[in-house]
Design a protein around this ligand. Structure first.
Ligand code: BG6
Length: 486
């Protein structure tokens, strides 16, 4: 591994995201020699912390990770803390001076990463000051990493994008969608475009429908403050579901590079026409979880901490998305995502049309290709063979391959990969503004329809079940059903 050199500013350095995801990810990159001597991190936030205190909090966030105590201590020595008021210009001058000093000390070659890991309402102010107070380096690279939520609708996303674009060019902006760092999501293009037996039939002639499921067993936990302003549509559909949908259905890119892949994603998203209110009613359903049979363990969403007891916020969405292009017109792409469903599971089911020439005494089942993203990672193909015995009757069987735990153990996790991508300058697996533009417009049409009609039937699914009945009816009305039934 060649060592990556950079000075990383983390805005929101005292926060939960930084401690849960970023520090562990950086430490793993350190352990695996992707960063070594020539890096430094400046954490900033409002609280008044010393470097030592900051390093201690980082050390605690690494408790569960492999690596010796001494290695962890050596790692935290690269971290510096600066308390910071995001609106005070003078503070940025201090940040710049500290940055210049650390740049010299750690030989980071003027490479700078600005990581926004705090409340999105400050992103624009920070970006403004980064530019006006001259924090950008003129020697190495300048890259901005920005966490979701990127806006809450098209308009706010555009305002935010305009603001950060004053300081950073599109190719310097890394908008995180951590699903794009997951092993099996990264595996979609290689699988689709190296197997002629899949590639040739990946279209409306052979595929009946596609089903994308992102289920979670957990409820809203302690994030109601944010979730009450978002809901599952904004939280999961606009970003993770849409990105998976795009990688599952985009045309073959000319080459495997950021520009070509993003180009095809853009084309795909342009083929999603925002729905009319009537289409929203016919093609999308929403749900909110009620308590399980043991309400003390799994209370209803409306009973969770900091949730409005009359909250209209959805914790479940199912829908049919139509892609208006030659490859896919007429093939429904069913999506669903929800909290407090029976288990954590992300998977994609490609349901093929049954064989057109049935010459056997019994009709054969359709082929189904299942891509398991999480928690198991692999692929299963349902195909037909002959039933064993004195018969020619077809019967379905499964061919299955899943990566072993041992194989996956040393693989970088989503955050590690994406941070490494930032350091090496590969923005393939980050969302381009064009993608956000289109996905927000698609999602806004649904949101607007829903906001105009308060849900009258919430809660409409019990904790620990696969969502409201309407999610099943969505498919049943065309004679289909969800392949994955937890
Ligand atoms: C986040 C959402 O983007 O993704 C959370 O804000 C959700 O609500 C999480 O729980 C799921 O991520 P993962 O990696 O656990 O599937």
């Amino acid at each position: 591994n060649s060592e990556n050199q950079a000075l990383i500013y983390i805005f929101g350095g005292s926060g939960d995201l930084a401690h849960r995801k970023l520090y562990p990810a950086l430490f793993n990159l350190y352990r695996k020699d992707h960063i070594k001597h020539n890096f430094a991190v400046i954490g900033t936030a409002r609280r008044d912390w010393s470097d030592d205190y900051y390093r201690d909090t980082i050390l605690k966030s690494l408790t569960e990770l492999p690596g010796s105590y001494n290695q962890k201590i050596a790692f935290t020595k690269h971290f510096y803390y600066q308390s910071h008021d995001v609106t005070d210009s003078n503070h940025y001058v201090t940040l710049r001076q500290l940055g210049d000093e650390l740049d010299q000390k750690y030989h980071t070659q003027g490479n700078r990463v600005f990581y926004m890991a705090m409340a999105p309402k400050f992103f624009a102010t920070i970006a403004d000051h980064i530019k006006s107070e001259d924090l950008l380096s003129d020697q190495g690279f300048n890259r901005l990493v920005i966490e979701k939520p990127f806006g809450r609708d098209y308009e706010s996303a555009k305002n935010l994008n305009d603001a950060i674009s004053k300081a950073f060019k599109e190719e310097q902006i890394y908008r995180i969608d951590h699903y794009l760092g997951k092993e099996m999501v990264l595996g979609l293009l290689p699988m689709r475009f190296t197997n002629p037996m899949f590639e040739q039939v990946w279209n409306k002639q052979f595929i009946d429908n596609i089903q994308i499921t992102l289920f979670e067993a957990l409820g809203v936990e302690d994030r109601a403050g944010y979730y009450e302003t978002a809901g599952a549509l904004r939280d999961m559909v606009q970003n993770h579901v849409m990105q998976i949908l795009a990688l599952t259905t985009l045309e073959r890119p000319d080459a495997l590079n950021a520009a070509d892949i993003r180009d095809k994603k853009r084309l795909l998203f342009q083929a999603l026409k925002p729905y009319t209110p009537e289409q929203v009613d016919a093609k999308f359903v929403r749900g909110q979880y009620g308590a399980s049979d043991i309400p003390e363990h799994e209370p209803a969403y409306r009973q969770e901490n900091n949730v409005d007891p009359k909250s209209p916020i959805e914790t479940f969405v199912a829908g049919e998305i139509d892609i208006d292009n030659d490859q896919w017109s007429g093939v429904p792409i069913y999506i669903r995502t929800g909290k407090r469903t029976p288990e954590k599971r992300t998977r994609i089911d490609i349901v093929f049309k049954p064989s057109a020439n049935q010459i056997f005494d019994q009709p054969a089942a359709a082929n189904i290709l299942t891509i398991d993203v999480e928690p198991s990672e692999g692929v299963t193909l349902q195909y037909n063979g002959k039933k064993v015995g004195q018969t020619t009757t077809p019967e379905s069987y499964l061919m299955s391959y899943h990566h072993s735990k041992e194989m996956l153990n040393e693989v970088l996790d989503a955050y590690e990969r994406l941070i490494l991508d930032v350091l090496v300058g590969d923005n393939t697996n980050f969302s381009h503004w064009h993608e956000l533009e289109a996905t927000w417009q698609f999602v806004d049409a649904i949101r607007q329809r829903w906001d105009s009609q308060a849900p009258t039937d919430f809660p409409n699914y019990k904790s620990g079940t696969a969502g409201p009945q309407a999610a099943d009816e969505l498919l049943a009305k065309t004679g289909r059903h969800w392949i994955y039934q937890p």
